[in-house]
Design a protein around this ligand. Sequence first.
Ligand code: NAP
Length: 248
Amino acid sequence: MKLEGKTALITGAASGIGLATARLFVEEGAHVAIVGRDAAKLDAVRAELGERIVTIQADVRHVDDMQRMQDVVKQTFGALDVFFANAGVAFSTPLDGTTPEQYDTLMDINVKGVFLSMQSVTPVLRDGASVILNTSWLNQVGTPGLSLLSASKAAVRSLARTWSSELLSRRIRVNAVSPGATDTPIHARGGASAEQVAQAKQKIASRIPVGHLGAPEDIARAALFLASDDSRYMLGAEIVVDGGFSAL
Ligand SMILES: NC(=O)c1ccc[n+]([C@@H]2O[C@H](COP(=O)([O-])OP(=O)(O)OC[C@H]3O[C@@H](n4cnc5c(N)ncnc54)[C@H](OP(=O)(O)O)[C@@H]3O)[C@@H](O)[C@H]2O)c1
């Protein structure tokens, strides 16, 4: 097992990529603290995955919540071997019609939330710990209507480089995982009907070289590699897991 006896914290772990990663980390022997805003969803994950899961209801945008998150980690684990900053949202923000409130929501969750959660865990990270930031294939390309989502993920990509450098003396490695279109609940959160979501996914799939969206488990496997000693010589790097979308 690759994470036997290790402790991990994953934000946004009640669904999608975060949940798949929590499952895999538990299978690989880790104790995992999962963070999200919905207590019922977190409880359901604990019911499924068992006693090695600790739930923390918190919003990554709020300093008080992040302080409480640090307190719980200290009390339950003492220190962290792995932190996966995964919580995020995705919606389109065309120049025409996007409101300042939508700007704040997207940037506050996707960028400020990553910053505040990292600030809160840094004191409890063990020397030699691994931090994984969830960015997106969008950080490298221009897609109409997705300026803020793409810019937020480019910021996250940049944080992996800077924090690796800032935490070098503690041997803490910060890397990014960059999913392509992945089949998770995120695509249905904008209020579109099930049929519209299915059509949108089909359209995206037709543009992906392998012909289908990624599974959350595909990203979880990359996160496991970055979390474990298998990636011990990697820092400030990015693993793209996108079915060839951004490369072919
Ligand atoms: N799916 C894709 O195609 C894709 C592609 C590239 C990158 N990504 C990135 O992958 C990450 C995970 O997304 P996903 O696809 O797995 O979608 P998801 O199932 O919607 O997962 C996002 C999680 O983040 C949590 N979250 C959102 N806002 C939060 C906040 N303010 N505080 C705490 N938790 C919050 C959500 O839980 P609650 O709402 O219950 O709090 C949810 O569990 C995101 O950063 C996303 O940008 C996804």
